[in-house]
Design a protein around this ligand. Sequence first.
Ligand SMILES: [Zn+2]
Length: 315
Amino acid sequence: MRKLFSFLLACLLLFPMLPAVAESAPVISVVATIYPQYDFVRAVAGDTGTVALTMLLKPGAEMHTYEPTPQDMIAIRNADLFIYVGGESDAWVTDILASMPDSDVKALSLTGMVTTLTEEHVEGMDVSAEPQASPSATETDLDEHVWTSPVNAIVMVNAICSEMSAINPDAADAYRANADAYTAKLQALDDAFRAVVASGKRTELIFGDRFPMRYFAHEYGLSYYAAFPGCSAQTEPSAQTVAFLIDKVRQDQVPLILYPELSTHTIADAISDETGVPTHIFYACHNLTADDFAQGKTYVDFMTDNLETLKLALN
Ligand SMILES: [Zn+2]
């Protein structure tokens, strides 16, 4: 008995700083449609070992053409928590959730957590393939890239933390500590973006591609020109659009032509060839490459990269 007591005492002395996860905390199953919410759940879960996390969109795959497989549907049905975007790209979610009334899954949408903005058509964009504005078109006009603002990301991490804690109260303290650590990094990024914009020579971005950064631009007071709106399925812009962007780069002496991840960057390259201005990736964090996924790259990592790119693009 005394030996056992000494052993327990030694354990307490050796491991006094272990995170406060009750041994009874069960493992909860969380399914994320795409990368941003996958990253946020991973951050809140930390090393608690209490979350089995699945991302439905495969690394490297295109978000806008994703369709769920039967296995994906089973994963959603059996999950404790399912987090989707809630825009045009995952309009399929409504039908799928309605088809599983016997499932206990709690569904959360990113667009439901923050104030949404409508997709903009700015001067020069090729919008020939866009649905024409009509009184009933408001639903499809929603810009779904809500996570591209770090301020929104903070709201999302906190909302996700609350929901995970409600499902798994035994791990709530650890989730809160992890969420606080991650939102502190996001807050530092937000401060740094504001400082870069405040000290920049210009407030204009040029995207030789779709423009998925509407919330980011709105948050930091940036203007932009791009080939297409946020989620356009178009890949071939009109000659007028390309000519407009080339003129803009020249007139405004824009130092960098940007394109989002998983872009073929053919349009950005064409503008670059014509103007001699270099191109650079700017991460919208829709998805990441299989390599970056394997390396465990985070939303904070990509946004930190964007911070450096923004310094070049605005000066
Ligand atoms: Zn998109």
